[in-house]
Design a protein around this ligand. Structure first.
Ligand code: FES
Length: 323
């Protein structure tokens, strides 16, 4: 059994069990939230020894080289000495709160220092404010009362002063409940860890973008950037919005305006059960088409949705997963 040294003491770990669970079972303080490699709140650093490569997969090359890893994805294979990662957070203030649908809000956040980001990237938000209920653990770091959540940025850095994020209310997610029920203008919030795919740089000539319910945040700034008046490189975009109910559509003012103004932009809504069949047909045709040599599928949604709709597609695929 590998031995793990942390904060001056040594613990027995298991290669069958995530290191995060081992540390928590000893009542050690390790920030965490999603336990699935998505939020990055359990970031740690290896001081001696080697971490399994799978615990570094979603980190950028700088972090990998410096020995950072995610404790929730780390099943230790050898003895290690580890420490908590130093978290660089930017303090911010909530400056706006808008209801987008019955389960989705937008929060505007003014950071104290400028934050550099691109369409398709996300940030982790942190709060030590009290959540509405302490009965559900997900979304809560065990470091005092911290709650953490990764959120895609819906704003465009070149044009918007505040950072905007869209937050879906989810059962078993205290952060989303806190964001919906407890946030107010003027409230403090912390920001860390800008990361994720820069979609604008990864576009091809013909892009098919499929977005599931409530996942428009990374796409709206991409469309704004792509069709800004100064943009010179034209790319064709076919946007497909898949929703269970039309009440879950939002952002349609911008989308419909672009569809009217831009000849190389089209939008299609696939709604309800029939919409799912429509989407399968579209992806079936696009995936096997050889008429679009430089084409890419950008798919934004929850893991099971992404899995289901990418199986049949042969195109070059870019994934924007939600946990
Ligand atoms: S708890 Fe490890 S990445 Fe979220």
């Amino acid at each position: 059994m590998p031995l793990i040294t942390f904060a001056g003491r040594t613990y027995q770990a298991s290669s069958q069990r995530p290191l995060l669970e081992t540390l928590l079972s000893h009542r050690l303080t390790v920030p965490h939230s999603c336990r699935s490699g998505y939020c990055h709140s359990c970031l740690m650093k290896v001081e001696k020894g080697k971490v399994p490569a799978c615990s570094q997969q979603s980190l950028n090359i700088d972090k990998v080289q410096q020995g950072y890893f995610l404790a929730c994805l780390c099943r230790p294979e050898q003895d290690m000495e580890i420490s908590l990662a130093k978290r660089d957070t930017v303090p911010g203030i909530i400056t706006g709160k808008t209801r987008l649908t019955s389960t989705l809000i937008a929060l505007d956040i003014a950071p104290r220092h400028p934050v550099d980001y691109q369409p398709g990237q996300l940030i982790t938000l942190w709060t030590t404010d009290s959540p509405p209920s302490a009965s559900q653990p997900s979304g809560r770091s065990n470091n005092s009362n911290e709650l953490a959540r990764p959120c895609y940025l819906a704003s465009l850095a070149e044009q918007d002063k505040p950072l905007t994020v869209h937050i879906q209310r989810r059962a078993n997610d205290q952060f989303s409940q806190w964001a919906h029920d407890c946030t107010q203008i003027g409230q403090k919030i912390s920001i860390s860890d800008v990361r994720g795919t820069k979609i604008y740089q990864n576009l091809s000539s013909n892009n098919l973008i499929v977005v599931q319910d409530g996942c428009l945040a990374p796409i709206l700034p991409l469309l704004r950037k792509l069709y800004a008046s100064s943009a010179t490189t034209r790319k064709s975009v076919q946007l497909i919005l898949q929703v269970d109910h039309k009440d879950n559509l939002y952002g349609m003012t911008l989308i419909n305006r672009l569809a009217q103004q831009q000849p190389d932009f089209t939008v299609q809504v696939c709604c309800g059960l029939q919409g799912k069949k429509q989407l399968e047909t579209i992806l079936g045709k696009s995936g096997s088409s050889s008429e679009l040599p430089d084409s890419r599928l950008i798919i934004s949604g929850y893991q099971d949705f992404i899995k289901q709709y990418t199986q049949q597609v042969q195109m070059d695929i870019l994934l924007l997963p939600y946990s």
